[in-house]
Design a protein around this ligand. Structure first.
Ligand SMILES: [Zn+2]
Length: 132
């Protein structure tokens, strides 16, 4: 039988040492940089707002006969910290949350497995598999 785990305090004091990346920026507990350090800072908020103003409708829904407001700017090819891909506007697409969660994430998983190519990550096309 397993022994009950030892009692641990819920709120332990902040550690004296915090992991940092190569640039000396503090990392989150999961080892990733904070959102701002990954590029999602003020400059991104400005760029994102401007892009959504120009692309108010979800590109994926629009290509499939639906009308949904843009809720986020998606990086077509995941940037994974590559700042060139991050800021390349031709790598952006306006999506609603539903398309991001239910279409893009599924396709990205297939792309990660090498099952589909880069072009398949663009959602401004007929996607009968998802929109049936
Ligand atoms: Zn959509």
């Amino acid at each position: 039988m397993r022994k009950a785990p030892a009692f641990r305090r819920q709120h332990s004091p902040a550690p004296l040492f915090r992991p940092r990346d190569d640039l000396g920026q503090e990392l989150q507990r999961d080892g990733r940089q904070h959102a701002a350090a990954r590029g999602y800072g003020w400059r991104w908020q400005q760029a994102r707002t401007g892009y959504i103003a120009k692309h108010p409708l979800c590109a994926s829904c629009a290509a499939n006969g639906l009308t949904s407001a843009t809720e986020l700017v998606d990086h077509i090819i995941p940037h994974r910290g590559d700042m060139r891909l991050f800021w390349e506007r031709s790598n952006w697409q306006a999506l609603c949350n539903w398309c991001h969660e239910h279409v893009k994430k599924v396709l990205e998983a297939r792309w990660d497995e090498g099952e589909i190519g880069d072009a398949a990550l663009r959602l401004d096309r007929e996607l009968t598999e998802f929109f049936g």
